[in-house]
Design a protein around this ligand. Structure first.
Ligand SMILES: Cc1ncc(COP(=O)(O)O)c(C=O)c1O
Length: 399
C-alpha cells in the first residue's frame, strides 16, 4: 500500500475538534454537553444574511470570479474605509473563511523548509496550515507570568534565521486574549523592516476588544508592501458556517500570486457571498450587542476560574478565549474523562486541550483553552462542572 505524504502524516488532529466523537457519544447517551472547546458563538446571525439568501434570484448557481463577487469585495472595502484601513476592492481576495486566507498567505510566502515566527501559545491551525505548504512555525514564547505580552525585540530576533519569511500576529489574540499595545506593534514593525519579513496580521476578532485600545498594522504605512491582513465574517457576525473571509494586501505581487491559488480552487460559493455581503449592512448596534455580551461572559468566566485553585490565567482583553493551566497532570486526559465519565446534574463540558497551541514539545500539557462565546448561564454551569470535575478526577487519581 503506498504511503501518504510525510506532510499530512505529521499534522496533528485539531485539538479544538478531536474530542467531537466523545462529545457526540455523550450526547447520544443523554448527557447535555456544554461546548467550551470551539469559538462558535450562540448569538443569532443577523437577519440581513437570511433575507439576502432568500432573495437570491438565479436559475443557475454559477461559479463566481475567483477573487469573489464585486458586492462582496466592495462590502469589505467599504468596511475598511469606515475603519480607516487602506484596502480597496483590488487589494482584496475573497476566501473560504480566514482559514483559506491563511493557507494562501503561507503558500505565497513559503517554500519547503521556510519558517514563520509565531508567538506561543498561538492559534493551533497556524501549525497545520504551515505544514501543508512545507513550512514550519518557529515559536517565540509568551508566558502567563508576563501576561502573555511579547518579549523584547532581541528575543524575537533570536528566532530569525535565513529561512524566516514572516511574523504571524494575532490581534486580538486567540487563545490568550491579549491586545497588542503600541510599543509591541512598533517593535514588530521594526523587526519586519530590519529583517525584511512579511507580517501576516490575523484580525478576525478586531471588533471584540474590552477596555484596551486596538491598533492595526495598516496604521504603519512603511510596512504596507509587507503586510497581509487576514479577515473573516465568522466571528464578527456570528456566521462561522458561512465560510467567507478575505486576504487583503497592498502588495500587488501577493495579490496577483494568491489569485492563482484562488483560480486553482475556482471560486467560493455564490449564495454565501451574497449573504455575507448583506451582513455588512447590519447596524453597528449588532456588533455593540455582541461586544458587550462577550465582555459580560468574559467577566463571568474570569470570576469563576479564579475560584478553581491552581488555575493560572490572565483576564483576556479581546476575542473570546482564555487559556489556563488546571491542577491536573494531563489536560487532554482530563477533557476526555469529563466526556466519558463525569456528569453533574446530567451535564458535562467539552474543553480544548492546549498542548497543540504550542510548538515547543512538552508545553501546555496541563492547560486548556476555553471559549467564552456561550451565554452566561451555560458558562456558570460549565464552571461548576469543571471545578467539581477537577476535584473528582484528582481524587480518583489519588492526587
Ligand atoms: C485567530 C483565528 N484566525 C482565523 C480563524 C479562522 O476562522 P474562519 O476560517 O472561520 O474565518 C479563527 C477561527 O477560530 C481564529 O480563531
Amino acid at each position: 500500500m503506498s504511503k501518504l505524504s510525510e506532510k499530512v502524516m505529521s499534522i496533528n488532529e485539531s485539538p479544538i475538534r478531536k474530542l467531537a466523537p466523545l462529545a457526540r457519544a455523550a450526547r447520544e447517551a443523554g448527557k447535555r454537553v456544554i461546548a467550551l472547546n470551539i469559538g462558535q458563538p450562540d448569538v443569532p446571525t443577523p437577519a440581513e444574511y437570511f433575507e439576502a439568501i432568500k432573495k437570491v434570484d438565479t436559475s443557475v448557481v454559477a461559479y463566481t470570479d475567483s477573487n469573489g463577487i464585486d458586492e462582496m469585495k466592495n462590502a469589505f472595502a467599504d468596511y475598511y474605509k469606515k475603519n480607516n484601513m487602506p484596502f480597496e476592492n483590488q487589494d482584496i481576495l475573497i476566501t473560504a473563511g480566514g482559514s483559506e486566507a491563511l493557507l494562501f498567505s503561507y503558500a505565497c510566502l513559503c517554500d519547503e523548509g521556510d519558517e514563520i515566527i509565531v508567538f506561543e501559545p498561538f492559534y493551533t491551525n497556524y501549525k497545520s496550515l504551515a505544514r501543508l505548504v512545507g513550512a514550519k512555525v518557529v515559536p517565540v514564547r509568551c508566558v502567563v507570568e508576563n501576561e502573555f505580552r511579547l518579549p523584547d525585540k532581541s528575543e524575537v530576533e533570536k528566532a530569525i534565521t535565513p529561512r524566516t519569511k514572516a511574523l504571524m500576529v494575532t490581534n486580538p489574540n486567540n487563545p490568550t486574549g491579549v491586545v497588542l499595545g503600541k510599543e509591541e506593534m512598533d517593535m514588530l514593525t521594526r523587526v519586519a523592516l530590519e529583517h525584511d519579513l512579511f507580517i501576516i496580521s490575523d484580525e478576525v476578532y478586531r471588533e471584540y476588544v474590552y477596555g484596551a485600545k486596538w491598533l492595526s498594522f495598516t496604521d504603519y504605512p512603511e510596512i504596507n508592501d509587507r503586510l497581509i491582513v487576514i479577515d473573516s465574517v465568522s466571528k464578527r457576525y456570528s456566521g462561522c458556517g458561512i465560510r467567507i473571509g478575505c486576504l487583503a494586501s497592498k502588495n500587488r505581487s501577493v495579490i496577483a500570486n494568491a489569485l492563482k491559488l484562488c483560480q486553482a480552487r475556482l471560486s467560493v460559493p455564490l449564495v454565501e457571498q451574497l449573504g455575507a455581503a448583506a451582513l455588512f449592512k447590519t447596524g453597528d448596534d449588532y456588533i455593540k450587542y455582541c461586544h458587550d455580551e462577550y465582555e459580560k461572559r468574559r467577566d463571568v468566566l474570569v470570576e469563576g476560574m479564579a475560584k478553581i485553585q491552581g488555575a493560572k490565567f490572565i483576564k483576556p482583553c479581546g476575542a473570546f478565549y482564555l487559556i489556563t493551566a488546571l491542577p491536573v497532570d494531563n489536560s487532554e486526559e482530563f477533557a476526555k474523562w469529563l466526556l466519558t465519565d463525569f456528569t453533574y446534574e446530567g451535564e458535562t463540558v467539552t474543553l480544548c486541550p492546549a498542548a497543540d497551541f504550542y510548538a515547543t514539545e512538552g508545553l501546555g500539557l496541563n492547560e486548556v483553552r476555553i471559549s467564552y462565546c456561550l451565554c452566561c448561564e451555560d458558562l456558570a454551569r460549565a464552571l461548576n462542572i469543571i471545578a467539581l470535575g477537577v476535584k473528582e478526577y484528582n481524587r480518583l487519581k489519588g492526587n
